[in-house]
Design a protein around this ligand. Structure first.
Ligand code: ADP
Ligand code: MG
Length: 211
């Protein structure tokens, strides 16, 4: 029941992610002003606005086509670390899902795992480095575990979002070891990571549209 995700639902997910990024743009930028260069909100908003335009122009598409377009658009429109990293995430999702008509929870979990591996391959961040990986990695673990346990798509995504939220919150006491925030050394401690914050928006958008 409710265990299959259509390409149309994936498009809804991307639109909802764009909406949430826009809504939280100033908060993301404020977080990035504390430990970065104050552009994470504007970077992501620019990228996701372009993604929505690109998927509108694409019309009906397979999951693979939709996610590939998303990844390529983010890489080409977002300057800064987050563009190539989110871009890689969606490009890996596209490859993992290919041209299947409907996606099961287990396939989604496997695709998210591939996406995370792409982010790590590209950015070389490990758990505890105070990056988006600190939210994404526990979320993928939770998604996989829930899918393996036979959870519904909604429950699995809810578990992923909760784990991602805890991972996001856990970035606050960390000292950054990757990205611009790492230049601050100990002064990066005590601030929530902007990229981990946008990952939680990606996950909460998924709960609302894919579940
Ligand atoms: P930039 O740092 O180039 O200004 P953004 O401000 O858009 O780019 O994105 C910053 C976010 O990117 C950080 O909060 C962090 O989560 C993420 N990030 C930066 N470098 C890495 C990395 N090497 N691996 C994973 N995530 C990273
Ligand atoms: Mg920045």
């Amino acid at each position: 029941m409710g265990d299959e995700i259509s390409a149309r639902a994936l498009a809804d997910w991307l639109r909802e992610f764009a909406r949430r990024i826009h809504e939280h743009r100033d908060e993301l930028t404020r977080l990035d002003s504390a430990i970065g260069d104050a552009d994470h909100g504007t970077n992501m908003d620019r990228g996701l606005t372009a993604v929505v335009a690109a998927i509108d122009a694409l019309g009906p598409a397979t999951a693979g086509q939709l996610l590939k377009k998303t990844g390529m658009t983010l890489v080409s429109t977002v300057g800064g670390a987050s563009g190539p990293l989110y871009g890689t995430f969606f490009l890996r999702l596209a490859t993992a899902l290919g041209d299947v008509d409907v996606v099961t929870t287990a396939q989604l979990a496997a695709a998210f795992r591939a996406g995370l591996e792409g982010v790590v391959a590209r950015g070389k961040a490990q758990a505890g480095d105070k990056t988006m990986v600190d939210a994404l990695s526990p979320a993928v673990d939770a998604l996989e575990a829930a899918a393996a346990g036979g959870a519904t798509t909604h429950d699995a995504l809810q578990a992923a979002r909760a784990a991602g939220e805890r991972g996001r919150d856990a970035t606050t006491p960390m000292q950054a070891r990757k990205g611009r925030a790492s230049y601050l050394g100990e002064r990066s401690v005590g601030h929530q990571d902007p990229g981990a914050t946008s990952v939680e928006l990606l996950l909460s958008a998924a709960v609302d549209t894919l579940g």
